[in-house]
Design a protein around this ligand. Structure first.
Ligand SMILES: [Zn+2]
Ligand SMILES: [Zn+2]
Length: 335
């Protein structure tokens, strides 16, 4: 029997199709191309090729050389110039594509990857995210800031060099609004943050927890639509990602290295997306929302039913996914 499961915080339903349950070895995991070289002459993100990108907006340096930097996206989805006046034309409405779209160049090495980066380096990536986020949100035209990563061609990435992206939008996207409202309703009903509730349940039950440290817990959500999907959730309640205190940045970097090493070694370096879920402007002190990172490995394809209904069929069981990822002994892997 398959079953439907509902996510406590977001109220989204997912189909867990246990009869179609697959183990990692049943997925086609080996048709990916990865860069082997530390440097590429044609890559605009490699050191020395800075003139191939637009002027950087921020960078963090070590020994006089940049190690992470942000640049405006060459094919920007939104532009800083303009206003966010709604224009009605008959029954339809439009506005200018105002906002920001930047690329975070995550490393000076063309073939770098979270599993092999020093934790201190990942800390710098996080600091750059926070820096750019704060700058965008200080612009009155910006309502929401979305930080995400596409890794590999099936996840939508066209550049091999390690990078992530930030888009600052002049509106609040509808799914964001929906998640916020679900969290608010849960808070009204229970007097408690749904995410805090989920963390204590997961830590108590243990079956879906993949890894944890003092500040963060990583688990496969009870209701999730993607095989091996994980959520990286801070133990301390904080609505806004950018309010993460300096002394927790190390914990976040360490847990990111941990979980992405598990994906790399256990699932043979899958393509993936992640998105940092953080509230839009003016909702950042909300007691009902709790920031987290949602990670979606790309090992199955999205098809018509998912696109049409917004409801996902997960062909794996979250508890089994967690057990598999938990068992990977990342400390004793020899390359
Ligand atoms: Zn490069
Ligand atoms: Zn919370």
């Amino acid at each position: 029997m398959s079953e439907l499961r509902q996510n406590l915080a977001t109220k989204e339903w997912y189909i867990i199709a246990t009869e179609r349950a697959k183990r990692p070895m049943d997925f086609n995991l080996d048709d990916k191309k990865r860069e082997q070289q530390e440097y590429s002459t044609e890559c605009p993100f490699c050191p020395g090729n800075e003139s191939l990108t637009r002027e950087h907006t921020h960078e963090i340096k070590m020994n006089g050389k940049w190690v992470v930097r942000s640049v405006p996206n060459k094919y920007s989805a939104l532009q800083p110039e303009g206003n966010r006046e709604r224009v009605d034309k008959g029954v339809y409405r439009k506005m200018q594509g105002v906002g920001y779209h930047e690329v975070i160049i995550e490393s000076d090495l063309h073939n770098d990857n979270y599993y092999k980066m020093p934790v201190e380096h990942i800390e710098n990536i996080i600091r750059l995210y926070i820096h750019r986020y704060r700058e965008f949100i200080s612009d009155e035209k910006v309502e929401d800031v979305i930080i995400f990563k596409n890794y590999g061609s099936s996840a939508g990435s066209s550049m091999a060099h390690p990078h992530s992206q930030i888009i600052a939008t002049p509106i609040v996207p509808t799914p964001t609004r929906s998640i916020l409202e679900s969290a608010k309703r849960y808070y009204d009903d229970h007097g408690r943050c749904a995410y805090c509730q989920m963390i204590s349940e997961e830590l108590h039950e243990k079956t879906r927890v993949v890894t944890s440290n003092e500040e963060f817990v990583v688990f496969c959500p009870y209701a999730s639509g993607t095989p091996f999907e994980t959520w990286i959730v801070p133990r301390t309640h904080r609505a806004d990602f950018c309010d993460i205190p300096e002394d927790e940045i190390h914990g976040l970097a360490a847990i990111m290295k941990d979980i992405f090493s598990r994906y790399y070694y256990g699932l043979e370096d899958p393509d993936f997306n992640f998105v940092i879920k953080t509230p839009p402007r003016d909702e950042s002190n909300d007691r009902s929302f709790h920031w987290y990172i949602q990670v979606f490995p790309k090992i199955t394809k999205i098809a018509g039913f998912e696109l049409g209904s917004g409801m996902y069929i997960n062909v794996t069981i979250p508890e089994e996914n967690a057990e598999f990822l938990r068992a990977i002994d990342i400390k004793n892997i020899k390359e």
